[in-house]
Design a protein around this ligand. Structure first.
Ligand SMILES: Nc1ncnc2c1ncn2[C@@H]1O[C@H](COP(=O)(O)OP(=O)(O)OP(=O)(O)O)[C@@H](O)[C@H]1O
Ligand SMILES: [Mg+2]
Length: 263
């Protein structure tokens, strides 16, 4: 009994101090030439309410790490703890095309156990939050790419998770739409206090959004360096401070890519 209580107390403390804790995580996949080490000894904490971007060259293991944090796969070594089950958002919206925007969100609410009568007003509130009020009855094919990603964001928020995992969610959008959604995400993050772990290979995007940028090296992925972004929000991607830090980080990213012989 005493041990159980002690464990519960320990858990409560751990929950307060981080939204995600990645401890000495490595991941290997079987390959034609034997096992391939993709992630090597990654340790990273995301604090409650923190916005962290994970930056690295293509193929360095960003999505692999995010999938491990999401619990979609298991680390080969090390451990990962999250405060509750994280919500996920990917480059492709993964909305159900036969459902309306509103019903896609209500499905997430239903899975969360929200009572039937409360689902529609909550879906409408979430659509307002992503500035899509009025899109409740629209089917996915009637929405633009940017609108679909807004619905996908609303659906992720419907899970009411304390940790939002985002894997290049705006990569397929045009620059202007992406810029608008950066602003929306920053606003929603500040309003909801959700923690975000955001994967990108776009340095400017990483600096535009995050409080902390973590650079992964390639083959295997290791934490190469990290930066605290001490620039007031709301930022613009073209701000001089954003550009200056992006330049510094790009130099390091180029160094990592050169070291591994990629182009
Ligand atoms: N299920 C798997 N089985 C075998 N190899 C895998 C698997 N998943 C990923 N890999 C390999 O792990 C490496 C990292 O892949 P990952 O998708 O994590 O990279 P990434 O950093 O997200 O790249 P990108 O920026 O292109 O999305 C790649 O070499 C990939 O081929
Ligand atoms: Mg990826």
């Amino acid at each position: 009994m005493a041990t159980t209580l002690a464990k519960a107390a320990e858990g409560a403390v751990a929950e307060r101090t981080h939204a995600a804790r990645i401890e000495h995580v490595s991941k290997s996949f079987p390959g034609p030439a034997g096992s391939q080490l993709v992630l090597d000894d990654i340790s990273l904490d995301v604090a409650p309410g923190e916005f962290v971007t994970l930056l690295g060259a293509s193929g360095c293991g960003k999505s692999t790490l995010l999938n491990l944090v999401a619990g979609l796969d298991k680390p080969s070594a090390g451990r990962i703890e999250t405060a509750g089950r994280p919500a996920l958002m990917f480059q492709e919206h993964a909305l159900f095309p036969w459902l309306t925007a509103g019903k896609n969100i209500e499905l997430a609410l239903r899975l969360r156990g929200v009572a039937k009568a409360d689902r529609k007003p909550e879906a409408e509130r979430l659509l307002e939050l992503v500035r899509l009020g009025g899109a409740y009855g629209k089917r996915v094919h009637e929405l633009s790419g940017g609108m679909r990603q807004r619905v996908a964001l609303a659906r992720a928020l419907a899970q009411d998770s304390r940790l939002l995992l985002m894997d290049e969610p705006f990569a397929a959008l045009d620059a202007i739409t992406r810029d608008v959604l950066h602003g929306e995400l920053t606003r929603i993050w500040a309003e909801t206090g959700v923690s975000v772990l955001f994967v990108t290979h776009n340095v400017r995007e990483a600096v535009r959004l995050a409080e902390r940028v973590v650079l992964l090296s390639s083959r295997p992925g290791r934490i190469a360096k990290e930066w605290t972004v001490d620039i007031a929000q709301p930022r613009r991607i073209e701000d001089a401070d954003v550009a200056e830090l992006s330049l510094e980080i790009t130099e390091h990213l180029r160094g990592e890519i050169r070291r591994h012989g990629q182009h």
